[in-house]
Write a protein that binds this ligand. Structure first.
Ligand SMILES: [Zn+2]
Length: 120
């Protein structure tokens, strides 16, 4: 396995965290069973709720301060808040989910998760 930052960066761009060549995902968020290039056991790593948690955490830290700043600075109507923050939240959450899941799997592979399949 490469360095932790490299593994996470490869995972974030959807590549195998181990070799950087094979595909990490076989669907939008479905992880391939094994890497097509290096046979890394990608499917044995179960990220479970970590990627959605990290995604919500990141999106919340962008949206909530922005919303509070806008309200304090301009006091816009409620529909203005809705028109800005609902789409932004959806775009950020959907856009970040896959890279965050890939980075999480890269981190977990580096930390040794998935080596003992079936025991987790
Ligand atoms: Zn690989």
């Amino acid at each position: 396995m490469p360095a932790m930052a490299t593994a996470m960066r490869r995972g974030a761009r959807g590549a195998c965290p181990s070799c950087g060549q094979g595909r990490l995902f076989s669907g939008w968020l479905r992880v391939s069973d094994t890497c097509s290039r290096c046979d890394a056991p990608l499917g044995q790593v179960r990220a479970d709720d970590a990627p959605p948690y990290f995604t919500i955490f990141a999106v919340g830290h962008v949206v909530i301060p922005g919303m509070l700043w806008l309200e304090k600075a301009y006091k816009p109507e409620l529909w203005v808040h809705t028109a800005i923050w609902v789409p932004l939240t959806l775009v950020l959450a959907i856009g970040l989910m896959r890279p965050v899941k890939g980075a999480t799997i890269g981190l977990m592979l580096k930390l040794g998760f998935g080596r003992d399949a079936g025991n987790a």
